[in-house]
Design a binder for this molecule. Structure first.
Ligand code: NAP
Length: 476
């Protein structure tokens, strides 16, 4: 396989330490290839390259930056199958999920090509002195980007595109399980016209020391992280030492509420998307499904039927709906959540086990009567398990939906738009899907409240995460 070394200053390098690590196909448990493991000396080389590249890039016109991003979108869109295949190989997800991710990932280049020319400022009169207040945005500086394994392409492009639009250089540390997709994107960015050193990729087996070393370098001004809340907290502590601008996209524990007046066809379709997109390995995955008792029986029956029909297997087979979880730990964690819920009184309607044989698969599962004490009510399941509870009163379900430290996304299904909007506004969540099981959109601000994070990606806000606001007080 090509592109398995470190990508620094527009070139491929062995690691300074000579170390490499294996990347495994979760569907076969076989090694795909090995990649170079970056050391702190490699990080220093990447920082030097980023510093040099950013001087020229930040001075280019927004239009010049925009056109390169636009070209990246065109090239990636023309090669979706290539990227989808790579995503499936290293992450395990089914072909349709991988293709969906590749298209979503490419869209960030188009969206931020459009945003690059819209870093609006402001001019106004100071009310008391009459001086002009001029507000403008400047590139913040070198950004360190750390991404998870569940979306090997999109979690990277959702950071790279706005950073480049803003005028910043970046060093990206992809997840150790899935570094290949991000490395494969680099020749495409070169072809689009991204200059050497502007985007550097450092896979590593030593995430903690490598990222912490870069965060201590005064040239770095932004730490943009997507991953677990536990690691996000550590990085926020480290960011405090250098007062770095943090952007944190962390864990979720999404409630999905089906009211008795919901259109059940819509609710079912929404629940399948919110639960099964990316086989449940998504921060946006519906983790707790609350169904009004009047429709609980029908909803459960139909959801179990739909889940039971899904074909599980190697995602390179185009007839497969549900691929493999990324590694044995993730699969075992999903199995443990199910065992725990069952031991506390939950009932398995369908699935409930890992199939025999090779690969980190878990059968699509529906659990009912999941008690509030079950671990999966409080932690991310991150797998294909729908955990259902019933409710009878609106106030009670709002309280239960908000009773978590997380606040990324919630889903509400009702045909009464007055009720729908009232409930949405009372959700302590950064995003709410109303009669929709999908909220991710490059044009919308993606992000969480509470311990689901700080800052927003996508939308108009996404580029501002990589910019500083400067105010000039002027008289003339
Ligand atoms: P993770 O364990 O937090 O890892 C995420 C990234 O951080 C990986 O690149 C990892 O490297 C790196 N990392 C681990 N320890 C680190 C440290 N001490 N210092 C610096 N970097 C470190 O998360 P994950 O298991 O890959 O991903 C799943 C989590 O991501 C879930 O909680 C999910 O909800 C969250 N997520 C959130 C969003 C969002 O937008 N809010 C989107 C997707 C996923 P290694 O791979 O080498 O460990």
């Amino acid at each position: 396989m090509d592109f398995t070394d470190l990508y620094i200053n527009g070139d491929w390098h062995k690691s300074d330490s000579g170390e490499r690590f294996d990347v495994v196909n979760p569907a076969t448990e076989k090694c795909i290839t090995s990649v170079a493991s970056a050391s702190v000396a490699d990080a220093d080389a990447a920082l030097d390259a980023a510093e040099a590249a950013m001087k020229d890039w930040a001075a280019r016109t927004p239009r010049a930056r925009s056109e390169i991003l636009r070209r990246a979108w065109e090239l990636m869109t023309a090669r979706l199958d290539h990227f989808a295949h790579l995503i499936t190989l290293e992450n395990g997800k089914a072909g349709a999920d991988a293709r969906g991710e590749a298209a979503y990932a490419a869209e960030f280049f188009r969206w931020f090509a459009e945003e690059a020319v819209r870093a609006d400022g402001m001019v106004t009169h100071a009310p008391a002195s009459g001086a002009r207040i001029i507000v403008q945005h400047k590139p913040a500086g070198i950004a360190v980007l750390v991404t998870p394994w569940n979306y090997p392409a999109a979690m990277g492009t959702r950071k790279i595109a706005p950073a480049l639009a803003a005028g910043c250089a970046v060093i990206i540390k992809p997840a150790a399980e899935t570094p290949l997709t991000m490395l494969a994107l680099m020749p495409l960015l070169e072809e689009a016209g991204v200059p050497p050193g502007l985007v550097n990729v450092l896979p590593t087996r030593s995430a903690g020391p490598l990222v912490s070393h870069m965060m201590q370098d005064p040239r770095v001004r932004v730490i943009s992280f997507t991953g677990s809340t536990a690691v996000g907290r550590k990085l926020l502590h480290a960011a405090a030492d250098q007062v770095l601008k943090p952007a944190m996209e962390l864990g979720g524990n999404a409630p999905l509420i089906v009211f008795d007046d919901a259109d059940l066809d819509v609710a079912l379709e929404g629940a399948m998307v919110a639960k099964m997109r990316n086989l449940g390995s998504a921060c946006t995955a519906a983790n707790r499904i609350y169904v009004h008792e009047a429709v609980a029986e029908e909803f459960t029956r139909r959801l179990a039927e739909a889940m039971g029909k899904l074909k599980v297997g190697d995602g390179t087979d185009p007839t497969v709906d549900v691929g493999a979880l990324v590694n044995a730990d993730t699969r075992d964690k999903v199995a443990a959540f199910v065992e725990d819920a069952v031991s506390r009184g939950a009932k398995v309607e369908v699935g409930g086990k890992a199939p025999e044989g090779k690969g980190y698969f878990y059968l699509p599962t529906v659990l009912t009567n999941v008690p509030e004490t079950a671990e999966c009510v409080h932690d991310e399941i991150f797998g294909p398990v729908a955990a259902l509870q019933s409710f009878s009163h609106q106030e009670d379900v709002i309280r239960r939906a908000n009773a978590t430290e997380y606040g990324l996304v919630a889903y509400v299904f009702t045909q009464d738009m007055k009720r729908g909007m009232q409930v949405c506004e009372r959700m302590d969540y950064g995003m709410v899907g109303l009669n929709r099981g999908l909220v991710s959109d490059p044009a919308a601000p993606f992000g969480g409240m509470k311990q689901s994070g700080l800052g927003r990606e996508g939308g108009h806000e996404g580029m501002l995460e990589f910019m500083e606001t400067q105010y000039i007080s002027a008289s003339w």
